[in-house]
Design a protein around this ligand. Sequence first.
Ligand SMILES: Nc1ncnc2c1ncn2[C@@H]1O[C@H](COP(=O)(O)OP(=O)(O)OP(=O)(O)O)[C@@H](O)[C@H]1O
Length: 310
Amino acid sequence: MLLEVKNLYFNYQTNNPLFHNLNLHVDEGQIVALAGESGCGKSTLLSLIYGLMDWQSGEIIFDGEKLFGPKGNLVPGESKMKFVAQNYDLMPYGTVYDNVGKYISNINLTSKKEKVDELLDIVGLSEYAKVIPKNLSGGQQQRVAIARALAILPKMLLLDEPFSNLDFSRKFELRDKLFSYARENNMSLIISTHNLEEVLPWADKIVVLQNGRLIQNDSPKETYENPYNDYVAKLLGEVNIFTEGEKTQFNLSKKHYFPHQIKIAEGGVEASVLESLFAGSYYRNKVRINDKSIVVYSQNKLSGNVNLEF
Ligand SMILES: Nc1ncnc2c1ncn2[C@@H]1O[C@H](COP(=O)(O)OP(=O)(O)OP(=O)(O)O)[C@@H](O)[C@H]1O
């Protein structure tokens, strides 16, 4: 085990703990998605792990050593970790090259250049090496910060919403390269996100926080098949949620059905189609059974009545 958080207790305001007995562990080389809606405590947890704030009780153990938070380090932050916070913290007057190379030794300048070039390629900023951060967009600055963090090959990298400022096409490219780089170098990642779809294919484990409480800690498949509650299900994408009464009425085995989990099939429950919209690789349909509106995906445009199989 690389990281162990044991019975962590932390509050910003007395008598109102954000974390109460929080437990979490991360293995070496593991990619963990830390998910939850805005304000649930993701950034705070990453800051505590990295050692930027003091916690009130509990233990954080990293690489076999007990951590002591800010008082344990002369320079803020644990030396074997790197944290890319939401403010990026770049050197404003250094170029992109300088920023990415900040933690790489100058002893061998040729190998330093090779390393910086490799990292700039990973984050898609090869053409921006000579630009200063002030003249970059928010998403570009975010990518510089990621490249700089990767440069020191930390044992663990903490990324706070790393894809939040990136456009769609960049996101795909960056995710592929970033996760491959982490795997090749056996680097552990904890990535905070409010959108699990963004990291699901790459994550080994999904950890969900709700109001400071860790409510689910499972593999992506297990989380997807058995979300702990409606809150977790909604973090996974568009979902149909059924009440206990509706479950009985439609003879359902579970409470949450993602649109693709409901099939159009002969012999199923009859539903009327309210709308059928082209959505690229599928049609997004709104259908109704009695008073219940349900979203289902299909290969073809639907109309009239259809039969649904859950
Ligand atoms: N410095 C602070 N002082 C007091 N309360 C704070 C402070 N920073 C954060 N909080 C509160 O702690 C809770 C958790 O905040 P945090 O930033 O960790 O959430 P988050 O899940 O990272 O949110 P987001 O996704 O919006 O970044 C929130 O209710 C927030 O208002």
